[in-house]
Design a protein around this ligand. Sequence first.
Ligand SMILES: [Cu+2]
Length: 315
Amino acid sequence: MRTVTRLAGFAVGLAAVFGATYGVGRVVDSAPVVEGRQDGDAAHATGEPDEATDRLPGGLLVSDRGYTLQPVDAPAGEFAFRIAGPDGRPVTRYDVAHDKQMHLIVARRDLSGFRHVHPELAPDGTWRVDTPLAGPGQWRAFADFTPTGGEPLTLGVDVTVPGELTERPLPDPTTSTTVDGYTVTLTGAPQPGRTSSLTLTVSRDGQPVTDLEPYLGAYGHLVALRRGDLAYLHVHPDGTPDDGRTRPGPAVTFLAEVPSAGSYRLYLDFRHGGRVHTAEFTVVASAAPTGDVPTPSGPAPTGGTDHGTPGHGHN
Ligand SMILES: [Cu+2]
């Protein structure tokens, strides 16, 4: 089903904007599978999972597959943007994914200040939200959406908030962090080019939290950003609240595939007590040693200090 969607999106994009913005992504992306898509989609026809190998990670491009993220002027205290479609006009129809038509994620270039919010769509295609940009600096804003008739996209754009900027160093890698009185521990480590299982376990006052509340169709929502370029990674929850097997905590498991070795900042949104909390981790993805056998779950990162890092509330 997914393949069909992607194919449809590609055909539409190609017909409408032959070689224009779509070409940007293809030129930059050197993965050979991309060529397969060009000549009739041999790779897709096999049904192989190719999410991470046939294109760039999300969020690096302001324009992809004919869709362009365009911030627009907004009153103070508001952030507004449109998605221009292949015909150049603002897109007004979107599919719902993870409970929403549009997910807007922002983070400062130093990976601090993460926020995940849900703008409101006006009939003219303008998305508006109380500005999530919480202070001066160079921010990256990511629009994560699926245009109706197209395929899922994450477009990114830089936004500058003037003022005195204090650059914050990336916190050390850790397997435990605290936010709003919750302790969240991480097991598993991402490895480039393969799917890794990451499990986040939530406790409070030393007791496991077993009544997490669904948020965006899952018991947690995880975003990963790569240090250096803020490549944006979709990380899919393994299980949903209504599948008959997934429990409401204390553990929430995600399947992650990172595109390269390097440092990543993970942001886990979870809901408990009627509020959304965001736990943050720095993790390091290391290339697997030669001859290593792929495993769904790697060992916890070692060498990290065990201190908690302050998270950011979701209010
Ligand atoms: Cu969202």
